[in-house]
Design a protein around this ligand. Structure first.
Ligand code: ADP
Ligand code: MG
Length: 593
């Protein structure tokens, strides 16, 4: 997987469009944030007024004044509460909606990615990216604009108010801010790289767990539980190391902030105290009153609290950023196989396939499989391919539905390059039965109906009957509603294969590819499945790959595919007469019997 790193700017630029749909909520959220800030900033002003007035002339303060100030403050707090409620309810919902949108985009993109992508990516990593990594985005999406906004206005308003009371003292305090920001930025940057590593390692850990759990039968068969534990412990340990590093940066970060806020209090305490005692040192507007010092302390506390929140948010911010980055790494993965702009719908093809000078190498490994391969399959013809393992039979089959695109040359269907058809219509007209069947977790009925979503119950049962699956299904406890287990673990190989054939019957495509469909089966199920396959290929263009030669004897044409391309071609009798590779295969197979 491409682990491109994005700059903060790029991350923001790509993330911002997700707010578009929720503009109203966002503005309301910011408005509420502003309201809560104003409410918070009024308290020091009230305290300053009361203290200053009281010290100047206690008689000027009446209970009535204090009560009305109390009422004012109470009113502001009510507004504050309502605004806070909106922020934590609607703000969070907005974040969650954005998370959902992003997850949907990532998932839709994953559906379009090619085999090459999946061959090189661990499922555990993808899972982490579209679940956990996006959780943090919810918090981020809502808090990021809000926190920065609040911090911004608080700092500006505090500065204005404080500067009005005493400018030199204010400047002294605010001098600490840029210094602090500088140090924090450096530490923040380190924190991001640590979070990045942490995410990646948790993905690796997921992948490891998945691999080992899926292979639990092999683990047990070789009693390699210890080996698995050791492998797991290694990854688990690496994760701990990375976490330790993250916490070290976080500790450094928090300590720095503590240091700086100590420094700010110190400035107010010492410089402010001196200004109060000795008015002459204060250059502007003379002496500081006691009430001013109280207000100062309160404002500095607010300021520090703000900075603290930003600091706490820094962690969330970096988590969110890495989450977005890992999300972008998915949605930016190249779609290698796509519809051409002028692609047309493939409708009721006759099923004539021809390979013209096709060369192919796997895009990731540059594993050259074919050079200049020519092949003609007539409409309705039954062609079989035999050849040594690794000769490229499966690869050849994968090129027809465009699971991979040819490197050179072209493949024609009914005389048209397959790239001219939409992928959906091309693949919709090809039925594939492979050696390893994938059944989705669900019932037998659901798995057959997968062949044509929306098919009627009658059609599904009919397909099962034609695939020779109906009888064994009816013998199961719950019939068609039997739960097949994850990947169909509760069924035998032959049963799974017949279900996969029923799926293709239901799909009813004019072109059929059978890639070693019966190889994994015992003799008895092979016989049953072969019968179903024979029925399936009736009247359709069929490409069969089989290493058991008995099942292809009746093919119209047999091709022998080796590393040198197609080296022999003809029907069974012709090839036997040639006494070439096919003849040898056949003899060896018979000798083994
Ligand atoms: P066959 O089906 O005839 O046994 P394949 O078509 O599966 O052979 O493989 C042909 C060659 O392509 C082999 O050398 C194999 O190693 C290579 N190959 C198969 N799949 C891939 C892949 N996904 N990526 C890279 N190389 C592959
Ligand atoms: Mg194969």
């Amino acid at each position: 997987m491409d682990n491109k790193q994005y700059s903060t700017r790029e991350l923001f630029r790509r993330f911002a469009p997700y707010f578009k749909k929720y503009r109203f909520t966002l503005w309301m959220d910011l408005f509420c944030a502003a309201l809560t800030t104003v409410c918070e900033l009024v308290l020091p002003l009230i305290m300053r007024y009361i203290t200053n007035e009281g010290l100047r002339d206690l008689a000027s303060l009446s209970v009535k004044t204090i009560l009305s100030l109390g009422v004012l403050y109470f009113g502001l707090r009510i507004v504050d509460c309502i605004a806070s409620y909106y922020m934590s309810d609607m703000g969070h919902v907005m974040g969650a909606k954005i998370e959902t949108d992003m997850r949907r985009d990532a998932y839709n993109h994953l559906q379009k990615l090619s085999n090459t992508y999946y061959n090189n990516t661990k499922v555990g990593q993808i899972m982490g990216r579209i679940t956990n990594d996006l959780f943090d985005v919810t918090e981020f999406a809502h808090h990021c604009p809000e926190e920065f906004f609040i911090a911004g206005i608080k700092t500006v308003i505090s500065f204005i108010i404080l500067a009005n009371i005493n400018l030199p003292l204010t400047l002294m305090i605010f001098l600490c801010v840029p210094l602090m920001c500088g140090v924090c930025m450096i530490l923040n940057f380190r924190m991001r790289s640590a979070f990045r590593k942490q995410r990646n390692q948790i993905g690796e850990l997921n992948a490891r767990i998945e691999d080992s759990l899926l292979g639990h039968k092999v683990v047990k068969a070789f009693t390699n539980e210890e080996v698995e534990n050791v492998k797991f412990e290694k990854d688990n340990g690496t994760f701990l190391d990375i976490k330790k590093l993250t916490y070290r940066y976080m500790a450094a970060f928090n300590t720095t902030v503590k240091l700086f806020d100590g420094l700010m209090y110190l400035v107010v305490l010492v410089a402010g105290g001196i200004f109060m005692v000795n008015g002459r040192i204060a250059m502007v507007r003379g002496k500081i009153a006691a009430g001013d010092l109280v207000a100062y302390m309160l404002y500095v506390s607010t300021l520090i609290a703000t900075i603290r929140r930003i600091i706490e948010f820094a962690e969330q911010f970096q988590r969110g950023m890495t989450g977005i980055e890992r999300f972008l790494q998915i949605v930016d993965a190249d779609i290698e196989i796509f519809d051409e702009p002028d692609a047309i719908e493939l409708k009721d093809p006759k099923g004539e396939i021809s390979f013209e000078k096709v060369s192919f190498e796997y895009p990731d490994d540059h594993n050259k499989v074919f050079t200049d391969l020519n092949l003609q399959i007539h409409a309705g013809e039954k062609v079989a391919i035999v050849g040594p393992s690794g000769g490229g039979k499966t690869t050849l089959c994968n090129l027809i539905p465009r699971f991979y695109d040819v490197s050179e040359g072209r493949i024609l269907l009914d005389g048209q390059d397959i790239k001219h058809f939409t992928l959906k219509s091309l693949r919709g007209n090809i039925g594939i039965v492979q050696q390893d069947v994938y059944l989705f977790s669900g019932t037998i009925y659901e798995n057959i109906a997968y062949g044509r979503p929306g098919a009627s119950k009658e059609d599904v049962i009919n397909a099962a009957k034609r695939a020779g699956a109906h009888e064994f299904i009816m013998g199961l406890k719950d019939g068609y509603d039997t739960y097949v287990g994850e990947r169909g673990v509760k069924l035998s190989g032959g049963q799974k294969q017949r279900i996969s054939i029923a799926r293709v019957f239901l799909k009813n495509p004019p072109i059929i590819i059978l890639d070693e469909a019966t190889s994994a089966l015992d003799n008895e199920s092979e016989f049953a499945v072969a019968k179903s396959l024979g029925e399936l290929s009736e009247g359709r263009t069929t490409l069969t790959i089989a290493h058991r030669l008995s099942s292809i004897r009746n093919s119209d044409r047999i091709l022998v595919l080796t590393d040198d391309g197609i080296v022999e071609e003809g029907n069974h009798d012709q090839l036997m007469e040639q006494k070439g590779i096919y003849y040898q295969f056949y003899e060896t197979a018979n000798a083994l019997k």
